[in-house]
Ligand binder design. Sequence first.
Ligand SMILES: Nc1ncnc2c1ncn2[C@@H]1O[C@H](COP(=O)(O)OP(=O)(O)O)[C@@H](O)[C@H]1O
Ligand SMILES: [Mg+2]
Length: 251
Amino acid sequence: MTSQNALLEVQNLKKSFGGVQAVKGVSFSLFSGEAVAVVGDNGAGKSTVVKMISGAYARDEGEIRWNGSLAEINDPDAARGLGIETMYQDLALIPDLDAPGNVFLGQEPMKRLLGLVPVLDRKKMEEEARKLLERVRINLPSLDRPVRQLSGGQRQAAAIARFLLSERARLIIMDEPTAALGVQEQRKVLDLIQTLKAQEMTILVVSHNLEHVFDVCDRIIVFRAGEIAGIVRTDEVDKQTVVSLIMGGNT
Ligand SMILES: Nc1ncnc2c1ncn2[C@@H]1O[C@H](COP(=O)(O)OP(=O)(O)O)[C@@H](O)[C@H]1O
Ligand SMILES: [Mg+2]
C-alpha cells in the first residue's frame, strides 16, 4: 500500500549490526512542507533510520519511495541527487573558509578573465550566498569571516544555505541539531526549521527535546527498540502521551 502524494515513503526498513537488530521493520510517510520529529530512547534506532534515508547506511530490507517512485538510495550522493540533504553534527563545513566559500564548496561559480583564463567569480558567489543566507534568515556581520568564528546557529544556517544551493532540495534531515548548542542558539535552529517549512521544505528532525518538538513539528514518530511505537500529531496529543509511547506505556 502506498500513501498518495507522499514526498517520501519508507516501508518495512530493517537493519542489523552483527547480532543487533537496530531497526526491525519501520514504515512511515513524509509530506511536502511538514516538519516531522523522530523521538525515542537512546539506541531506539532513530539515527540508523535517518542514515538509511540519507544513504549513509545500506538497508538490509525494505523500500524507499520518493515522489511515488521506488528510489535506490545507496550512498549520500544518490540521496542528494533526489533532493534529500542531511545536516551532520559536524556540519561538514570547512572552518577556515568563509560562508560563501562553504556554501559553494566544490561548485564555485567561475568567470573567464580576458575571455580566456577561468577564475573564481567571487562577486557572483557573494551575491548568491547572500540570497541563500537571507532565505535562512541569518545576517552575518561580514561575509568574509571564516566560519569557525561564527556562532553555532550561524554555522548551522550556513550549512543549510549550502543545501538550498541545490534547487532539487526538498527534504532536510537533521539528527539532534540543537544538542550541542546554548539556549539562544537552539532557538535560532527552531526558527530556522520554521523558516524552511514556510518555504515548503520538508524537515525530518531527530530530537530529545519534546519542548522543541512540540514547538515546531507537525507530527512525531516515536521509536522504541527499533520499531515505531506510535505516530502522532502535535496538535492532538500532549507531551505525557509521547513520553508514555517512548517508555512503552510504563510511566
Ligand atoms: N555503526 C554501527 N555499528 C554497530 N552498531 C550500531 C551502529 N549504529 C548503530 N548501532 C546500534 O544500533 C542500535 C540503534 O542505534 P541508533 O540508531 O544510533 O539509536 P538512536 O539514534 O535512537 O540513539 C544501537 O543498539 C546501536 O548500538
Ligand atoms: Mg542517534
